[in-house]
Design a protein around this ligand. Sequence first.
Ligand SMILES: [Zn+2]
Ligand SMILES: [Zn+2]
Length: 345
Amino acid sequence: MKAGVLNRVDELVYTEIDTPNISDSELLVRVKAASICGTDLRIYRGKKTKGVRYPSVIGHEFAGEIAQVDASVSGFSVGEHVCVDPVLPCGGCFYCLNGMENVCLNRVAIGYEYDGCFAEYVRIPAKFISQGNIQKLPDSLPFVAGALAEPLSCVINGQRKLDIGIGDTVVIIGAGPIGIMHMMVAKASGASKVIVSEPNTMRRRTVADFGADIVIDPINESLQDIVLKSTNGLGADVVILAIGNPKIVNDALLIARKGGRISMFAGFSTGDKPSIDVNLIHYNELLVVGASALQRRDMKTAVNLIASGSVDVGKLVTDTYGLAEISEAFAKAESGDAIKVVLVP
Ligand SMILES: [Zn+2]
Ligand SMILES: [Zn+2]
């Protein structure tokens, strides 16, 4: 089969490799859409190395069609459309037993320990099937939308800790694909006002089209003034950092109301240590939370939201490439001129 193989940092090549053979209790999925994640870009550039093998096929956001099913697998048949939660928790560690399987100590993932989706086929190991990592998609749903169930699940996992409810004002910093998904999920949860801050003009326009109530250019406008003005001087109920920029961590704390909830959703580069005014957390009783990956239940919620049309993630795809153009696709994703880039093998 054809695949994009990461030979080493900065070297991703389109080449022929062996089509995976499935063993007992496994499935083979023919990839129909594979989206490029910010994490893939960080892996490509060597900024993320944990669990990454060289050479290997990376990529973990995908949807496809079942191409082959081992005789011992029940409940799945050839031709069905599926998407896959790429992270497999161990089920037995402290975190798995305490409702935090997304930070499992022994987790493994497709696109890391197992070959990923920038290829024509992906082998699905038995445990992913028995533990509920495979979600069926309606035949009518475009595969690109199914591929985005994974990042949407990460957003749902992050927002669970923020408890967004009816009437909340939510500020989202960064209008990349993740920021826009946060906006859509916050609205679906009942937020009455979503304010988005984004320096890139194209992205500001996109997030406005998607229904952001107020869009701010933080270079030429004061985020703090606008947030205070639109919340009767109180500050936002919820602030989500959807971009890992150390310079804006303090701003995020400044624009939350007393008792506000703040998510450090985006990852930062290793070594980033922004200085923050800790008294903002102390006196304002702020709740600051993180977010890592997704739980299997989030994938189910994501597929339901997508299939019902409540969250139209398919609209986030601005650029589609064939697998042979994987280098161009990565360059486009890195350029910041795209929202979501998808490979269609
Ligand atoms: Zn991802
Ligand atoms: Zn575990």
